[in-house]
Design a protein around this ligand. Sequence first.
Ligand SMILES: C[S@@+](CC[C@H](N)C(=O)[O-])C[C@H]1O[C@@H](n2cnc3c(N)ncnc32)[C@H](O)[C@@H]1O
Length: 272
Amino acid sequence: MSSSAPSTEKAKNDRALRFYRDALGLERLHYGMWLPDDELTMEALKAAQKRYEDFLIDSIPEGTRRVIDVGCGTGELCLHLKARGYEVEGLSPDINQKKMFAEKVEARFHFTKFEDSQLEGGYDLIIMSESCQYIPLDKVFEVAQQALNPRGYLMVCDYFVLDQNAGELSKSGHDYNEFLKKAEESAFEIVSRRDITLDIRKTLEIADEWAEKILLGADILTEKFRERNPFLWKIVKWFGISKYEKLLSQKVLIDADKFCAFKKYEFLLFQL
Ligand SMILES: C[S@@+](CC[C@H](N)C(=O)[O-])C[C@H]1O[C@@H](n2cnc3c(N)ncnc32)[C@H](O)[C@@H]1O
């Protein structure tokens, strides 16, 4: 198996993983599925993430035995699948996830990008939970078809871009219509689907609440410094401005209303 993730990408992944695990205490990397009356708390977020995984597993068609979790993150879903009796394998191009998987799950791990994977085949089901968006669109169905048994399944649960003119929000996720067009042209057919955009919305709301608190905290912490050292503050701002502006421009990514207007988070189950 190859391991061709560019180092900058790896570093980004490592940082994100460390932030989720060490700073937030989260074992999972996806948005989860909330209940309408859930409070915006860390406990509710963890429960939402567990609920999402239960939903994926409960959606697995009968007769499925051999499963590969593509972009398996921290390996939680694989653990969960193993506990439910499936034969599981994980795949990720991230070195940190490879190590974590080895410590956590007794199962085969493929250290590679899916598009480069050259899997030997024989799977009943491929799961792509929030990982499909990282795989080149022209490879998703082609490589999945090669790896699956006849009449095998591909489960995709991810967010897609509805509007290509929505700035930062258009930059992550496959274009929804293009994705469906590729699916239509492939050998797969959709056997079940569910729009879960509203179910994930509270993850954005809680992230926005945290971001506001962090920005307010930074404002309070720098208040005295700004008052006492206006000149120095100008220099600090001048050096830090591009990072600060980037942060602000990216805050739109956790704007729940905009996300729901310009993106769609959907569960799709395909069959060959
Ligand atoms: C947002 S995380 C989702 C992790 C996990 N599936 C979950 O639901 O928590 C995205 C995952 O996709 C993986 N990934 C990124 N590019 C990939 C590629 N080209 N092929 C396979 N996996 C990839 C990342 O390493 C990471 O494991």
